[in-house]
Ligand binder design. Sequence first.
Ligand code: NAX
Length: 327
Amino acid sequence: MNDPIRVAVTGAAGNIGYALIFRIANGDLFGPEQPVILQLLEIPPAMGALEGVAMELDDCAFPLLAQTILTDQPDVAFDRASWSLLVGARPRTAGMERKDLLSANGPIFVTQGRAINANAAPDARIVVVGNPANTNCLIAMNNAPDVPPGRFTAMTRLDYNRARTMLAHKAGRPLTAVTNVTIWGNHSATQYPDAFHAQIDAQPAAPVIGDDNWIKETFVPTVQQRGAAVIAARGASSAASAANACINHVQTWYAGTSAGDWASMGIPSTGAYGTPAGVIFSYPLTIGDGDYSVVDGLDLSEFDRSAIAATAQELLEERDAVADWLV
Ligand code: NAX
């Protein structure tokens, strides 16, 4: 057996946390030979609930779970962590505007960025799930000057999974036939889920589907609004699918993308495709050996360009709203 990998999860007693940590303990991130130590962070009022979750982890008798650490101290949670999954965030409450949500999350991600900087393992990799994910990630990254910025990512994998499934259903093909899906930009309703560079059975997806109007008028807004649709139907936000997406995000970063395919994560913007500097932007990425690079050479249409510009504009506005938390 290998040495255990330390995985920190924040907001571990929340809805996504409850769907996430059992899968990590089961070995879903790194495979059946790799033990893990779970380092679970909560705020003091949720520590009782977290203890209950830890009892259930014990009761599962997971062979790969070497240790479970429960804490309300970020310095303890991120101690030697190789993977930090930042799920906990201030929820949006009634009457709260997006701007208020952004600034309510500022102090959380300043504190966690600093604690990662001071305590995490040299190979630290960070995935921000808590919303607004891209901008929370930007804040944490800014407050962790000793961690290479490229280790900070925001999760757009749920959007990617939603887009991939929708294309498979529309084409009447199995999910595995759909590749090269991209989410551009922000994890928000301005994101651009890109079917025009996707493939179905290794062919460009748009001609296979044969209905560009459906892509533009139905596919794009449905993926953009899917989170709200789940809330409307379930009375609660996506939890199991968000946890699954977080697992997929780490799996792909850890194991790499398949030849010819790519995935999407929010990363520090590179300027590729005219995107602005200084934000966390989701791109098509090839990944191998823990490193990633933006897929280059994609031919963007006017439609693609204007959708990418819209989500970039929102990210710039979010960045301006949290300027106080950036160093
Ligand atoms: P819950 O409210 O069920 O759980 C959040 C947990 O975080 C709570 O237990 C709370 O006590 C904890 N928490 C709050 N502040 C904390 C802090 N400073 N340190 C540690 N823990 C803290 O929310 P849940 O449904 O689990 O969603 C978590 C976050 O994921 C939300 O911000 C949500 O908006 C976001 N989502 C992101 C998605 C994505 O695709 N990136 C999709 C799903 C989800 O909406």
